[in-house]
Design a protein around this ligand. Structure first.
Ligand SMILES: *[C@@H]1O[C@H](CO)[C@@H](O)[C@H](O)[C@H]1NC(C)=O
Ligand SMILES: *[C@@H]1O[C@H](CO)[C@@H](O)[C@H](O)[C@H]1NC(C)=O
Ligand SMILES: *[C@@H]1O[C@H](CO)[C@@H](O)[C@H](O)[C@H]1NC(C)=O
Length: 729
């Protein structure tokens, strides 16, 4: 124990306190500044405070990323160099690419810095796999994939697994059961992520994942996580998902009924500010939402931990049935969670002990299917467990408790400025893809935005990016299309691979060849076969009463010539009362269509505010209190005004666009923008409503028959959309 009293008395500048059986002193700011950057302090100059150096983009702090105030000194993490270099911001470097066998790297340099480009060429007789050109990225990684030069004529059982930059490999024979072993060349400054040892399998692939050498400052981007974690997680989720199967001549869905248990543990010992806790909560919320979007329902155990554990969701509830655990309740509890006491310290071992105990309880409460259940553990921590010791023993006991080796996946996300990778690496399972990730606290909230965005998932209705992700506007509203009819413009929404929904008034007098359906930022249009306007739409119907335009039943469907290829920025919105939507909002398939409108709060205005809302229409010529209900029929939804909430108003040219509600992370269209009382803005500008402005939208629940008749009918080119049995009641 450092005796501080003496120093204090002598220096008389330090602030000391008595705690934990010792006397602790504050650190001083002197000499802590850094050339080209700055630093932040987690807890001022108090003992235990973490000083985190910050550099501008493309630079990293050298020689230390962080320092910690211990008694009255700023201490570096243990390191190998004896002489402490002057603290500075250095240009980000990428690992040495000159590890390529049978090929050449251009240009030949000793070091490669951020934005430096390299190209790769193989010796004659060798063929290149992987990237021909790579750029050193800001996160300390090379773009693309490892280049590998191999000979086609050599008959190996497995392909050459290559040598990732900065590493070396032992093992040059690639037959069944042969092993290759990797290490990072500069073990003083780099550590290895991924599989150190890989074995050539009978099927001609290597076990594990390609390793990578990380510097202390190397981190994974949201894209890296989407790719590597998304792939691994998707494997676990796929086993729960129902599959299509052909039986006889019919295609049917088979439910696999797998059980997946997901344990999420988030270290909040570093989260001194409420914003930090909020970030963690948002991250977990996003992850669970993304998993839910995959249309599976795993069981969750969620804890936030410091030296103690705070339980947010108890996985045993799913088994005992004592507490009805739904996704909504779980997310609500997560959002409500507040840390009660501010405990210091990190006890990662307590987390693993807790999970071990939960698994034992699950086993006791499972009938006879425990052996078939899968378990995924996700830990978010800096790994600096300063209490409770190493979790390795408890992890071994967890492994022993789960009968099948491939039914357990343990992932670690190393968060924060200072991580202890040596403690964390032994905690992951690496047999199926990479399970260790190094993430930035800044990107934590949005890091799961991109996962599961391929294949099957993009065609699910009503999924889209959130506003804070890097997505373009088209990714936030991927169902949105522009409908151009000569000089007039409207919007529409993709509601199935073959149909676009819009307003009938947009199509007055139009013939099919005049109409193009465009997707923003794409240079092609969707080709249209024909369109169907609602048969009862007649804008002239009330001319004899002085109403020049009447828009009841203002709805139309455009049938496309070929099915849309869905992607992250082009995909459908859900419409009411289809089987897909009913499952998406988790209502029973036998429920009534009308229940979806009320039970899910999908109507913008309830009945008590509807009347004042529509009365504003009487400001228009020839609309009076007497006839307003025949003009604004019950088929219209009303929005606008400033109470009880301020909506966006529809602008000129917004006609035909979707009015929608978000339910269970899925977006459901409830109306089509039709007409309004005031023209306040041009297309697409998200203007707020004024006190008097009102917009009227055709309520989809009122035109189910039209939607059903067009969309549920199979034609030569269109598969029928499946509606629930009670779509008409
Ligand atoms: C690599 O980057 C450094 C730092 O930006 C620069 O000075 C150097 O010229 C670059 N080298 C090449 C070959 O582009
Ligand atoms: C209002 O009604 C009268 C009488 O039917 C009609 O002459 C007039 O054109 C209408 N005004 C508008 C703006 O439609
Ligand atoms: C959709 O994808 C298929 C198969 O990849 C392709 O043949 C077709 O041309 C694509 N359609 C459009 C409209 O891009």
């Amino acid at each position: 124990m450092y005796v501080c009293m003496c120093v204090c008395v002598c220096v008389c500048l330090l602030v000391c306190s008595v705690a934990g059986g010792g006397v602790w002193c504050d650190c001083s700011k002197e000499g802590m500044e850094m050339e080209g950057g700055h630093y932040t302090l987690s807890n001022g100059l108090s003992p235990g405070s973490l000083l985190v150096y910050q550099c501008p983009p493309d630079y990293y702090p050298y020689p230390s990323l962080t320092r910690e105030c211990l008694s009255n000194m700023w201490k570096d993490p243990p390191r190998h160099e004896r002489v402490r270099a002057h603290q500075q911001c250095r240009l980000v470097e990428c690992p040495d690419p000159h590890v390529l066998q049978y090929g050449t790297v251009y240009p030949p340099e000793v070091k490669y810095f951020v934005n430096n480009e390299t190209t790769y060429e193989c010796d004659s007789g060798y063929r290149l796999r992987g990237s021909e050109r790579r750029v050193c990225l800001e996160n300390g990684k090379w773009s693309g994939s490892t280049p590998i030069c191999s000979r086609d004529d050599v008959n190996n059982h497995c392909p050459d697994p290559g040598i990732p930059p900065g590493s070396s490999r032992s093992g040059n024979i690639f037959d069944i059961d042969d092993e290759v072993i990797y290490r990072c060349n500069d073990a003083n400054v780099m550590y290895m992520v991924g599989s150190k040892v890989r074995t050539c399998k009978e099927g001609g692939e290597w076990t594990g994942t390609e390793p990578a050498c990380f510097y202390k400052y190397t981190y994974d981007t949201a894209q890296d996580i989407s790719q590597d974690f998304g792939d691994g997680m998707q494997l676990s989720l796929t086993m729960m998902k129902s599959v299509d199967d052909i039986q006889g001549e019919r295609m049917i869905r088979i439910s696999k009924n797998g059980i997946l248990n997901i344990y999420i543990a988030v270290d909040i010992s570093d989260s001194l500010k409420p914003e930090d806790i909020k970030k963690s909560k948002t991250m977990v919320h996003n992850l669970i939402s993304r998993i839910a979007s995959y249309s599976v329902s795993p069981n969750y155990d969620i804890v936030f931990f410091t030296s103690a554990i705070e339980h947010i969701a108890n996985i045993v509830d799913y088994y005992t049935g004592q507490v009805h655990q739904t996704l909504e309740i779980l997310l609500e509890n997560l959002d409500k969670f507040e840390i009660k006491t501010n405990r210091a310290g990190t006890n990662l071992n307590a987390v693993f002990a807790h999970i071990l105990q939960q698994i034992a309880l699950i086993k006791a409460n499972s009938k006879d299917n425990f052996d078939e259940q899968h378990h995924v553990i996700l830990t978010f921590t800096d790994g600096g467990y300063n209490m409770g010791g190493s979790p390795v023993n408890n992890l071994e006991r967890i492994k022993a408790a789960i009968p099948k080796k491939d039914h357990l996946d343990v992932y670690v996300f190393a968060v924060g400025a200072k991580i202890y990778e040596n403690y964390l690496m032994p905690l992951v399972t690496e047999d199926r893809g990479r399970h260790f990730f190094r993430i930035n606290k800044e990107t934590m909230e949005s890091m799961f935005d991109e996962i599961f965005d391929d294949g099957e998932v993009v065609s699910l209705c009503g999924l889209h990016k959130t506003a804070d992700s890097r997505g373009t506007k088209q990714k936030m509203y991927p169902w949105n299309v522009e409908i151009n009819i000569k000089l007039q413009k409207c919007f529409g929404s993709i509601v199935s691979p073959k149909y676009v929904l819009t307003a009938a008034h947009c199509l007055i007098g139009a013939v099919s060849p005049d109409i193009t359906v465009d997707i923003m930022n794409r240079n092609y249009a969707l080709e249209m076969e024909r369109f169907y306007s609602h048969s009862e739409y007649n804008y002239k119907a009330k001319r004899d009463q002085g109403i020049s335009e009447f828009h009841d039943y203002d709805i139309a469907l455009l049938e496309l010539t070929t099915a849309v290829n869905f992607s992250v920025d082009v995909r459908p919105i859900c419409i009411p009362c289809t089987k897909e939507t009913t499952q998406a909002i988790r209502m029973p398939l036998h429920s009534k269509c009308s229940e979806q409108g009320y039970n899910t709060r999908m109507t913008p205005r309830d009945l008590t505010t509807r009347r004042p809302c529509i009365m504003e229409a009487t400001k228009l010529p020839n609309i009076t209190a007497e006839n307003v209900h025949t003009v604004v029929t019950d088929n219209f939804l009303c929005t606008g005004g400033i109470s009880p909430s301020v909506d966006h108003i529809a602008c000129k040219g917004d006609s035909g666009g979707a009015v929608f509600k978000d339910t269970n992370q899925r977006t459901i269209q409830i109306g089509v923008v039709s007409w309004g009382t005031e023209l306040l803005c041009e297309t697409g500008s998200l203007e707020k409503s004024t006190k008097t402005s009102r917009d009227f939208h055709l309520n989809l629940f009122k035109v189910m028959e039209f939607l059903h008749d067009v969309m549920a009918t199979e034609t030569k080119t269109v598969a029928a959309t499946e509606f629930i049995d009670n779509w008409n009641s």
